[in-house]
Design a protein around this ligand. Structure first.
Ligand SMILES: [Zn+2]
Length: 364
């Protein structure tokens, strides 16, 4: 029988894990987004049915706006556990991928049981410890801010002399304004047709640019961005915790997404040798968090020498601080300000990853 080389084992390992990651970021994200849209449409639908059924006076207008605000609050309250459910599914995918990838390595018998639970705790604890702080996550999502805008718009439109009927309809349209996911969710889940009616009103209100419109569009955009970010983070955390557990993996290597638009912090992660393990390679314990929203960089895995397979992990040494000259060499086309910012983020995020690892250690 032909004995596979380490390089070919690393390759097939990474292929299996990367396929799982693609499913998480592609299919599972789509699914999660649609689930959120389902909750959103159901909540709005109930309010919109009332709207369709009556002549609107100023008093009822205020009542309807209040109900819309409550519907948004209920949406938020349900969205959080829904996203966490999907995150847990994502972590399970990553666990299964590592188990399958390890099964292909000869003469090893390893269990990855419990990886999703561990990774779930780590993901949210690392976040609470500030490892992910550079962009909006679920914790910072505030659809209720949109509610404030909506109320202001009602006041403004009434002051401009628009009738309450028109004011409320404009706001209702903004909230129902069609995007791929609300449309799908309406097709599948809208029961009373209230939302549908306002989606159809589109042409009449399409070029309104008031703040409520912008706020309403933001709700939908934020949901998508948060889902993608949460799922990409879940892919990293699942991969990371399983890699720590793995008896064959030495490090995780940061690889630039081929769709990366312009040089940024990801280039630093992919090219700096911060741990003396080679450019872009980190001990799994200290692999940095997602560098920015919509980040599609991916990890590959480097293997230990077979004589070290199954031995306990060495304690990971913290990342060294990169020199400013190295950063400039990797990011020659970037403005000095942007390159300084990227350098600071590398320092901050790698330090936080070390600190979090030190304080989470008793967990593993
Ligand atoms: Zn990236």
């Amino acid at each position: 029988m032909e004995i596979p080389t380490i390089a070919s084992l690393e390759r097939s390992y990474t292929e299996i894990v990367d396929a799982a990651r693609s499913r998480v970021i592609g299919d599972l994200s789509q699914h999660a987004r649609l689930e959120l849209a389902r909750i959103y449409v159901r909540e709005l639908d109930a309010v919109y049915l009332r709207l369709a059924a009556q002549e609107i006076t100023e008093e009822t207008a205020r009542g309807i706006i209040k109900s819309l605000e409550r519907a948004l609050a209920r949406y938020m309250a349900q969205a959080e556990p829904e996203i966490k459910r999907q995150v847990f599914r994502a972590l399970k995918h990553m666990q299964e991928a590592h188990a399958q990838a390890t099964a292909a390595v000869p003469a090893l018998d390893v269990g990855f049981a419990g990886v999703p639970t561990e990774a779930f705790e780590e993901m949210y604890k690392r976040r609470a410890l500030g490892v992910v702080k550079s962009f909006k996550t679920l914790r910072k999502w505030n659809a209720t801010r949109a509610a404030v805008q909506i109320e202001k718009t009602l006041e403004a439109t009434l002051l401009q002399g628009l009738g309450p009927q028109e004011a409320v309809e404009r706001i209702a349209y903004a909230l129902a304004s069609p995007n791929e996911f609300t449309r799908k969710a309406v097709e599948r889940y809208a029961t009373g047709g209230g939302v549908q009616k306002f989606m159809r009103a589109g042409a009449r209100y399409a070029n309104i640019t008031d703040e409520a419109f912008i706020a309403a569009k933001r709700i939908s955009y934020d949901a998508w961005r948060i889902v993608r970010t949460e799922m990409a983070s879940a892919a990293i955390e699942g991969d990371r915790v399983a890699s720590i557990r793995s008896p064959v993996i030495e490090g995780m290597k940061w690889n630039l997404s081929p769709r990366h638009p312009k040089p940024d912090i990801c280039d630093l992660y992919a090219k700096l040798d911060l741990h003396g393990m080679g450019p872009g390679v980190f001990p799994a314990e200290l692999y940095p968090p997602l560098a920015h929203p919509h980040d599609l960089c991916y990890s590959t895995h480097t293997f230990r020498d077979p004589s070290e397979w199954g031995l306990p992990n060495r304690a990971p040494a913290p990342a060294r601080t990169p020199k400013a000259s190295e950063v400039r060499r990797i990011l020659p086309t970037v403005t000095p300000r942007a390159s300084l910012r990227a350098w600071q983020q590398v320092r901050r995020d790698t330090r936080r990853a070390s600190k979090a690892w030190a304080s989470l250690r008793p967990l593993l």
